[in-house]
Design a protein around this ligand. Structure first.
Ligand code: 13P
Length: 251
């Protein structure tokens, strides 16, 4: 069976208390709009996690954008998966390319973070993706599949892990791969998951991320083995995010 789609918004370092209005607007769209055939997730900054978790309707899950590998201790400025759970969140993004680039996070570390997420009973969204030079040199699949292999722990299930393919060069640039290119990478990830986890490999959700917007969502979401989107910029406005969710509404 095809996994149920997930449309997730990654707010990155954006959002103030006043942004709760966007969460309320999204709630309104999901209630009063046509019912969408997908799960919906918002990942605000840590500062808004508990506010959003308390305010969100049952139609919207809340997640964090990163966590530490440890549960507690002397790690100034870090946040643990246990704290994230305590704040009411259900998901944690790990291994986003911005963390890999800005904070030097390796796939080995990302795997440890995913384990920390699972230890709290939360779902990990494990991000992978090639840089523009990887793609130009023909190394896309080698890089992406290498990250999948090294970032995903052995003991995962489709219930506690989501994979997100985000080509680094497509993030925040307005550029996207072709539908064929997206399908090629997603199908390769699917095959790697099946090879490693057997039949269960077919049940993992594999999200596409990188310049998804209302005008291209339907096409990108139609690619083989794409089970939803991880959305940056266009998730900040409820009306745009709702336009992306439209890809999972009958029209
Ligand atoms: P954009 O949608 O802004 O390109 O960001 C994608 C992303 O990095 C989501 O995690």
């Amino acid at each position: 069976m095809k996994p149920k789609a997930l449309v997730a918004g990654n707010w990155k370092m954006n959002g103030l208390a006043s942004s709760q209005a966007e969460l309320e607007a999204l709630t309104h769209y999901l209630k009063d709009g046509a019912k969408a055939d997908c799960d919906v997730l918002i990942c605000p900054p840590f500062t808004l996690l508990s506010v959003f978790a308390n305010a969100a309707s049952d139609d919207i899950a809340i997640g964090a954008q990163d966590c530490h590998t440890q549960t507690s201790g002397a790690h100034t400025g870090d946040i643990s998966a246990e704290m994230i759970k305590d704040a009411g969140a259900a998901f944690v993004i790990v291994g986003h390319s911005e963390r890999r680039a800005d904070h030097g996070e390796s796939s080995v570390l990302v795997q440890e973070k995913a384990k920390a997420v699972h230890a709290q009973g939360l779902q990990a969204i494990v991000c992978v993706g090639e840089t523009e030079s990887d793609r130009d040199s023909g190394n896309t699949l080698t890089v992406v599949l290498g990250q999948v292999e090294a970032s995903i722990p052995d003991e995962v299930t489709p219930e506690n892990t989501v994979v997100a393919y985000e080509p680094v060069w497509a993030i925040g640039t307005g550029r996207t791969p072709t539908v064929e290119d997206v399908a090629e990478v997603h199908t390769a990830i699917r095959e790697a998951l099946v090879q490693r986890f057997g039949d269960a490999g077919n049940e993992f959700r594999i999200l596409y991320g990188g310049s998804v917007k209302p005008s291209n969502a339907r096409e990108l979401m139609s690619a083989d083995n794409v089970n939803g989107a991880l959305v940056g910029g266009a998730s900040l406005k409820a009306s745009d995010f709702n336009g992306i969710i439209d890809a999972y509404r009958n029209r």
